[in-house]
Design a protein around this ligand. Structure first.
Ligand SMILES: Cc1cc2nc3c(=O)[nH]c(=O)nc-3n(C[C@H](O)[C@H](O)[C@H](O)COP(=O)(O)OP(=O)(O)OC[C@H]3O[C@@H](n4cnc5c(N)ncnc54)[C@H](O)[C@@H]3O)c2cc1C
Length: 312
């Protein structure tokens, strides 16, 4: 039996600690509960939004007029070097599982908050590894017959922090990987090295949604703009959004309870009392300054919920 809640405060479940009320809210832990929740929404003609760990969301202060389905379907199943994981599994749980079972290719994703489903949606990555690198297939919910269907890796149109799911909004149910074998001790050490670097940028308890803007793929920036950007700013083929934001003085700026980290210009932090409006306005103001100075439109990596697109 679904435990539906009315007027659920979304600021309780976003890492940013911001967000108004969800009209209806439910946690699902099994596929059957997911179906029940979707059937409920369909019956009520209510839109629904599936979320995972809430670590990449900026939800408006007005909240969301829909059913929010928080996905807590978890399981990791191994068949030799193949892994099938339910999408509500915390990414860290998957990373830890693979490391301890001597499977490589996900260890550098250690420390990224949220679920496997959320990571696939945004094609999350760090330190040269991306969730889609060794992903073979994604099972999604078919909302017509309420069964699953499989998309292979190329169907998912993965790109830098992008996937087809950002367009279709299909619900990701299970994810399949084909991994390489690796030495657990070496994998663990690699994960530890990554984690110690991450702790400097993301101290425990920080209220943020990760980096706010996407970095830019250097090869996609028009030459006439690229020639005005110092070459040393380009790292691994990417122009960090933080480098551009720093150039327009974003570091350390504060407004209405939101601070841009003094050590990282692409890290917008809720100091405790910030609102979605304040967060949005500060981000928009600095995106505009970047546009004016460099002619580059920054795109948010964070998902804006019930907020207008930033570029408008
Ligand atoms: C401190 C910190 C550090 C971070 N570091 C990184 C990093 O290094 N690299 C990186 O890439 N990201 C990073 N992030 C961002 C974030 O953790 C990732 O984007 C993460 O993968 C989001 O997962 P989630 O489960 O929290 O998704 P949510 O925030 O809950 O949702 C994000 C989007 O995914 C959709 N979604 C979630 N689950 C499903 C599903 N099952 N089916 C369909 N759609 C779904 C939601 O509808 C929403 O649009 C960081 C965030 C924080 C707070």
């Amino acid at each position: 039996m679904l435990q539906l809640e009315d007027n659920y405060p979304m600021n309780q479940i976003t890492t940013l600690g911001i967000g108004g009320l969800a009209k209806k809210f439910v946690v699902v832990t099994t596929f059957e509960e997911l179906i029940e929740a979707v059937e409920y929404a369909q019956g009520q003609r209510l839109p629904y939004l599936v979320i995972g760990g809430g670590s990449n969301l900026l939800i408006s202060d007005e909240g969301v007029d829909c059913l929010v389905i928080k996905n807590e379907m978890t399981a990791v199943v191994q068949n030799d070097t193949e892994i099938t994981v339910k999408s509500g599994t915390p990414l860290q749980e998957l990373v830890d599982y693979t490391i301890s079972h001597g499977l490589a290719d996900l260890q550098k994703l250690t420390g990224i908050p949220g679920t496997v489903g959320g990571a696939v949606y945004g094609n999350a990555g760090a330190y040269g590894q991306t969730i889609s690198d060794h992903l073979t297939a994604v099972s999604v919910l078919n909302t017509n017959n309420l069964t699953t269907e499989q998309l292979n890796n190329s169907d998912c149109l993965f790109n830098y922090r992008d996937s087809i799911f950002k367009k279709t909004h299909d619900t990701i149910v299970e994810v399949h990987f084909q991994l390489e074998r690796g030495d657990p001790h070496i994998l663990q050490q690699e994960a530890r090295d990554v984690l110690s670097k991450r702790l400097v940028k993301y101290p425990p308890g920080i209220k943020c949604p990760g980096s706010f803007f996407k970095n830019l793929v250097a090869s996609e920036i028009p030459q006439e703009i690229l020639k005005n950007i110092p070459q040393e700013k380009i790292v691994f083929g990417k122009l960090p959004a933080g480098a551009l934001l720093e150039e327009v003085g974003a570091k350390g700026q504060k407004s209405d309870g939101i601070e841009i980290a003094p050590y990282h210009a692409n890290l917008f932090i809720n100091q405790g009392s910030g609102s979605a409006k304040a967060f949005y306005n500060l981000a928009k103001a600095y995106a505009l300054k970047v546009k004016e100075k460099f002619g580059i439109t920054l795109e948010p990596e964070v998902q804006l919920i019930n907020l207008p697109p930033l570029a408008k």
